[in-house]
Design a protein around this ligand. Structure first.
Ligand SMILES: [Zn+2]
Ligand SMILES: [Zn+2]
Ligand SMILES: [Zn+2]
Ligand SMILES: [Zn+2]
Length: 476
């Protein structure tokens, strides 16, 4: 936390000093580091082999890969990778209409293995001497003899949509931002790397991104912070931002984007470095990237990527005295099962509607179901089944009771001797037929009722079984 606060203070302080940064970018000075070389490599100053004196004497520029002996470095021309229009110096080229075009920036010798000339398609470069040329932007190689016939404008290589051509960064406005060309080109990518991330893996990423893009669009996060970079490119829309670090830095960059009111134009991607990359993990980008070799492919992939909106939340925390956790929802008296089953039995056996048994079964089951619904999941589903089964049972019981009452009213009447035999017979016959039919109906419905009662019993058991898992203490 301390180091972040320090970095933030430093960033705010340095943020105003845009002029200093622009002057540094335009100076053409190389950025040396002690380098080792597996294959024969030659000094770009004295043209002698570098290997002869051992690695302790070899330097390479981390931006343009210019090579030099330690003793020769001070005599190296300020020809480092261009970043602004001013840094092109005498190399500015204009077309017939006076438009500035991006020329190739040639670096002599030390070409990759099996390099081919882009003009004559024959092998070029040599392991014996400093020979032939390679453009540090488009990475095309040409023979020294073929160079004059090669086209003058540079394509900026495969990731041209991401690269900000140095010819476009010509002046900084009064608001400390690059004045954009009209019309603006495709959305450039600006990169923030926390060089301390991932066991200092960040240093490699920082170096590699500066080689692949314009050094002016790559920013060291732990030093300058995100504000300077975002402000410089605030007139580029849409602006794609890549953060190479953990969650903390991503949050820092997003916060600055909000503060500068750039959230409508900025699209952010994360390249997770080191640990603490929950955001990248959650979004399916992987936990950590430790290989700086494939960044070229990655940049091209970002150019084709689609965007998704992401909510950012502010979480407010309040301190308060530690209290016991709130009690769990009141567990049911699971022993109620017995009384409910008794109610059920009463309902089945009573010839008349047992309103007391019905009411207490309905009330008891409803109480249990409410507990189940509160517990959620399987208990809630079981509770739903129980409510439905009880409702169907009581409905069926009410119908049956109704039929039973009608049945009784149709019982054969006592016959007397003085009644007319004919009429009596007919009345008796009709009565008997009707009663048999109703009684048959009653039996069928009785069977159905038994089925309903069984459903209630099963639903009750299932709910209680689920609840005993939720409230084991009650049943132990
Ligand atoms: Zn030398
Ligand atoms: Zn350089
Ligand atoms: Zn080129
Ligand atoms: Zn050639």
């Amino acid at each position: 936390m301390e180091s972040w606060a320090g970095a933030l203070r430093g960033a705010l302080h340095r943020g105003a000093d845009v002029a200093d940064l622009v002057a540094r970018l335009s100076s053409g000075d190389h950025h040396w580091y002690a380098a080792t070389h597996a294959r024969p490599t030659f000094c770009n100053v004295c043209r002698e082999p570098l290997g002869a004196l051992g690695t302790a004497h070899a330097l390479a520029c981390e931006l343009c890969k210019f090579k030099a002996h330690k003793r020769c470095a001070s005599r190296a021309p300020p020809s480092c990778k261009w970043s602004t229009l001013a840094s092109l110096g005498p190399h500015v080229v204009e077309d017939a209409e006076g438009n500035i075009i991006m020329p190739h920036q040639w670096l002599e010798g030390n070409l990759p293995v099996a390099a081919k000339c882009d003009v004559c398609d024959k092998t070029c470069g040599s392991v014996l001497r400093l020979q032939d040329f390679r453009c540090v932007w488009c990475r095309r190689c040409v023979h020294a003899a073929c160079k004059p016939t090669w086209r003058a404008s540079c394509s900026l290589g495969p990731a041209r949509a991401s690269v900000v051509p140095p010819t476009r960064l010509h002046s900084v406005g009064p608001d400390d931002a690059w004045v954009p060309d009209r019309p603006p080109n495709a959305s450039p990518l600006i990169v923030f790397v926390n060089s301390r991330s991932g066991d200092n893996q960040g240093v490699k990423f920082l170096r590699r991104f500066k080689q692949l893009l314009n050094p002016a669009q790559v920013f060291e996060l732990s030093g300058a912070g995100p504000r300077l970079g975002l402000r410089l490119f605030r007139h580029f829309a849409p602006l794609r931002v890549l953060v190479c670090s953990g969650d903390g830095s991503v949050g820092w960059v997003l916060q600055e984007v909000d503060k500068l009111d750039m959230h409508r134009q900025v699209q952010t991607a994360v390249l997770p470095l080191g640990t603490g990359n929950d955001l990248a993990r959650v979004l399916g980008w992987g936990a950590s990237c430790d290989d700086a070799a494939n960044l070229q492919v990655l940049i091209e992939r970002y150019e084709r990527a689609s965007t998704k909106m992401l909510d950012r939340w502010s979480i407010m925390t309040f301190e308060r005295a530690l209290t016991a956790p709130p009690p769990p929802p009141v567990p049911p008296d699971l022993l109620e099962e017995d009384s409910l089953l008794r109610n059920l039995q009463d309902i089945m056996q009573a010839g008349e509607v047992s309103s007391i048994a019905s009411t207490s079964l309905r009330a008891g089951c409803s109480r249990l179901a409410a507990v189940g619904e509160r517990a959620g999941g399987g208990a809630a589903r079981a509770a739903h089944r129980l409510r439905r089964a009880v409702s169907l049972l009581l409905h069926a019981r009410a119908h049956l009771a109704h039929d039973h009452a009608r049945c009784k009213s149709w019982e054969p009447v006592e016959t007397t001797s003085d009644s007319e035999p004919e009429a009596q017979l007919v009345a008796e016959k009709g009565s008997i037929e009707k009663t048999e039919k109703e009684q048959l109906n009653w039996a069928v419905r009785g069977c159905a009722l038994a089925g309903r009662a069984d459903s209630v019993r099963r639903a009750l058991r299932s709910l209680l079984r689920t609840l005993t898992q939720v409230y084991p203490q009650v049943c132990s």
